[in-house]
Structures are given as C-alpha cells and as structure tokens.
Design a protein. Structure first.
Ligand SMILES: C[S@@+](CC[C@H](N)C(=O)[O-])C[C@H]1O[C@@H](n2cnc3c(N)ncnc32)[C@H](O)[C@@H]1O
Length: 291
C-alpha cells in the first residue's frame, strides 16, 4: 500500500484484491469489517462515504489490521467484537468466538422453558464470552443464571459483556472446574446449558489455521476422543437439575452415536433428542432428567 491519496472505495478495492491473492476468506467483507473498525463506524458508513479521503494515521492503523488478518488472525480478535443473538459482544483471544450454530442451543432452551415461570434457575457451564448466558438473560427477564468457567480472563470478559447488556445483576459468574464450581447446588436448576470443548486431540491439528492458531485450545479440546467434558457433563448434570429439568448441550455433528449411548447408559434421563443446526447437522442434545 503506497502513500498515494486513498479514499474509502479505493482502499476497499485494493484490499479485496490483496486478500483474494493471499487466500484470505471472504475478502471484501473482511476488508469492510476492518476498515469500519479503524474508522470507528459501521459498514453502512463505508457505502455512504466511498469518496472520503483517508488520513495518514487511519492508513497506518488499517495497515496494521491487514497485516494481522494476513497472518491468519480472525477479524473478531482484531476488532474485539462479535455479534451473538443480535447482541454485540466484546471478545479477546481468551475466549472462543461465539458461533451462529450455538444460537440453536439458546432457541432450544427458550422453547423448553415455560416463559410464564418467572423463577427459573439456569446453569451455563463454560460461559466463555458469556454469549449463551447473556442471550438467555435478555430473553428471560426474571431468570437467574449461574455462569461458570475455568478461565478467569473469560469470566471477566463475560461480566463486562453482561454489564454492557444490563443483565449483570441476574448472572452470577463463578470460576471453577465444571460442577465443582457450584458445590451444594443439588437439584436447583431447571436447565443446564453448555457448549463444552468437544474436538478430539487429533482433530485439533487439522483445524483451519484461523481456529487452530488463534482460538484458545482449552475452549476447543475435549481430550483424546473429544468426549471428556461431554462424558462428565452427561454423568453429573442430573445431580444439579431439578425434577423435570433438562440438559442442553452443544456437540459435534459426528458425535450423535457416542452422545446417545452416554445418555442411555447413564440411566439418568427419561428421554432425549438431538436437534439439528441451520446446516441440518446434528448439533444439540436435549435430555430430560428422569424422576
Ligand atoms: C466451546 S467454549 C464455549 C464458550 C461459550 N459458551 C460459547 O458458546 O461461545 C468452552 C468453554 O468452556 C470452558 N471450559 C473448558 N473446560 C472447563 C472446565 N473443566 N470447567 C469449566 N469451564 C471449562 C472454556 O474456558 C471455554 O470458555
């Protein structure tokens, strides 16, 4: 990028071409997201201001973003932002980037819960950026939510996000290892919702560079077979679920057989079903606790 006179449009065209030649996915939208971030505006502003000249300091900041993107860093870590459930969330490399398919989890919980019950208690295990807990708190104004994580950095960010969306007073953030974070919480929750790490150790090295080299492995890896956290959650969730409470858990599309077997073998659930995501892939386990 030379020091000629750049406008928004010229810069977008140049970057799109540069990203394309360097195999950066979705080159035009990636360029737009980064330029809007540098200008502290939204993408619509770019369309309405194609002829706007760029300042030297803006060019320098944009150049730094392009360099990071070219190195494989996801846009969301560069901009520090991602939308989930139409809510802008702050992000850092300490947390997983919330995925659209995780919204299926939120939808399934909302469908299950009787919205007329104002006193529902929900446990979000492994909250990361707080995406699931915050979306549920926004949809269920009287719900009380406990959100846990092993990572202190994740919990701090989740708490910031909860404040941003005015639900921090109804979400209790607790650091700890799975259910050990909430000792004495027997049969308290109507819903346990979780998007646990479920990728096997071997599969981690096969992930796209953007995920493998930038997203936190403790948020992704579920042990040698990808089922370590899943196994533990299926076994232990009934101890904290109230009568007729339910476990909602995200899983890998290829884990249906193993997950179903774990649910059946536990003999702790009276029925279960697997819910598909927007790509028609198996994605969410819903299992109702047995009496
Ligand atoms: C796949 S990420 C999900 C994050 C967020 N819920 C979402 O859907 O975007 C899994 C989360 O579980 C947390 N985690 C991993 N192992 C844990 C454990 N043993 N106890 C509590 N949290 C754990 C990770 O730190 C990470 O934030």
């Amino acid at each position: 990028m030379s020091e000629e006179s750049w406008t928004v449009l010229k810069l977008l065209q140049w970057t799109t071409d540069y990203f394309q030649r360097n195999n950066v996915p979705e080159p035009r939208s990636s360029a737009e997201v980064l330029l809007a971030h540098v200008l502290a505006e939204d993408r619509l502003f770019l369309y309405l201001n194609y002829d706007r000249p760029m300042e030297t300091n803006e060019l320098a900041a944009y150049r730094a973003c392009i360099k990071r993107r070219l190195g494989g860093e996801p846009n969301q870590y560069i901009t520090g932002l991602q939308e989930f459930w139409s809510l802008p969330l702050r992000l850092s490399p300490d947390v997983l980037i919330p995925r659209p398919e995780t919204e299926v989890l939120v939808e399934a919980v909302l469908e299950f819960l009787d919205k007329a019950d104002p006193n529902v208690d929900i446990l979000d295990l492994g909250t990361g950026s707080g995406a699931i807990a915050i979306a549920l708190a926004r949809e269920l104004p009287a719900a009380r939510i406990v959100a846990t994580d092993l990572s202190m950095a994740a919990l701090q960010l989740a708490q910031e996000n909860a404040k941003l969306h005015h639900v921090d007073e109804r979400i209790l953030f607790i650091r700890g290892d799975m259910f050990a974070a909430i000792p004495g919480a027997s049969q308290k929750f109507k819903v346990v919702v979780t998007n646990p790490p479920y990728i096997s150790h071997a599969e981690i090295s096969e992930l796209p560079r953007e995920i493998r080299d930038f997203e936190p492995h403790h948020a992704l890896e579920g042990g040698p077979d990808g089922l370590a956290a899943i196994r533990h959650i299926i076994a232990e969730a009934p101890t904290v679920l109230c009568q007729a409470g339910a476990l909602f858990m995200e899983m890998g599309a290829d884990q249906t057989e193993s997950v179903s077997a774990l649910v059946i073998d536990s003999q702790r659930y009276e029925n279960y079903r697997i819910i598909k995501d927007y790509s028609s892939l198996d994605r969410v386990l819903m299992a109702i606790k047995a009496e």
